[in-house]
Design a binder for this molecule. Sequence first.
Ligand SMILES: Nc1ncnc2c1ncn2[C@@H]1O[C@H](COP(=O)(O)OP(=O)(O)OP(=O)(O)O)[C@@H](O)[C@H]1O
Ligand SMILES: O=c1ccn([C@@H]2O[C@H](COP(=O)(O)O)[C@@H](O)[C@H]2O)c(=O)[nH]1
Ligand SMILES: [Mg+2]
Length: 185
Amino acid sequence: MVFVLGGPGAGKGTQCTNIVKEFGWCHLSAGDLLRAERATGSANAELINTYIREGKIVPVEITVKLLLAAMEKSETKKFLIDGFPRSLNNYEGWYDVVGDDVHVAFCLFFECPEEELERRLLARAQSSGRDDDNIESIRKRFKIFIEETMPVIDKFKAKDQLKLISSVQSIEEVWGQTKLLFKDL
Ligand SMILES: Nc1ncnc2c1ncn2[C@@H]1O[C@H](COP(=O)(O)OP(=O)(O)OP(=O)(O)O)[C@@H](O)[C@H]1O
Ligand SMILES: O=c1ccn([C@@H]2O[C@H](COP(=O)(O)O)[C@@H](O)[C@H]2O)c(=O)[nH]1
Ligand SMILES: [Mg+2]
């Protein structure tokens, strides 16, 4: 399994789609799973809705449950977990439940400056239909990324499990570097 992290709009979903096409991995975006759960109108739907709009991190029990359910349904066990763990609390919540049962090859971090992320998200807003692709939510998401997610990236780095790719380059250039990490996995 590979965790895929990066600021909002860094290109996680875009590159995961390429990895699925070329290498047949199973792409699980925690954000997509939460949006799908919200759409079911389940008991957690309203809570998820509020957290996403505010750019806040949904309680880890909910996210881990959704991830594990999606993993069980997959035929391949090569998982790309996109947008998770988003905080040290998420990280601990994952290891409390999953432990070392699932091998983590590395955490892939797409690094990109905030001005470029903001440009991409505002452009994506025209077509994404995402209610957090607006300038107020985007700024909140950036803040949470710096405060909560960067410490997770630092943790993977300290464990020598971090692969960093600059995603300020074109999609093709980022893909050129990304695919090198997967060809022998
Ligand atoms: N390297 C790139 N250069 C320019 N635009 C890009 C690049 N990578 C992705 N994009 C565009 O930026 C937008 C955000 O990309 P994507 O949805 O893959 O990001 P993400 O990291 O999954 O974002 P989020 O965290 O909000 O889910 C999309 O419109 C995508 O087409
Ligand atoms: O592990 C997670 C992943 C996502 N969220 C919430 O969803 C939105 C959107 O996530 P994307 O990765 O941009 O699709 C995020 O801002 C969080 O509110 C989460 O809580 N936990
Ligand atoms: Mg995404």
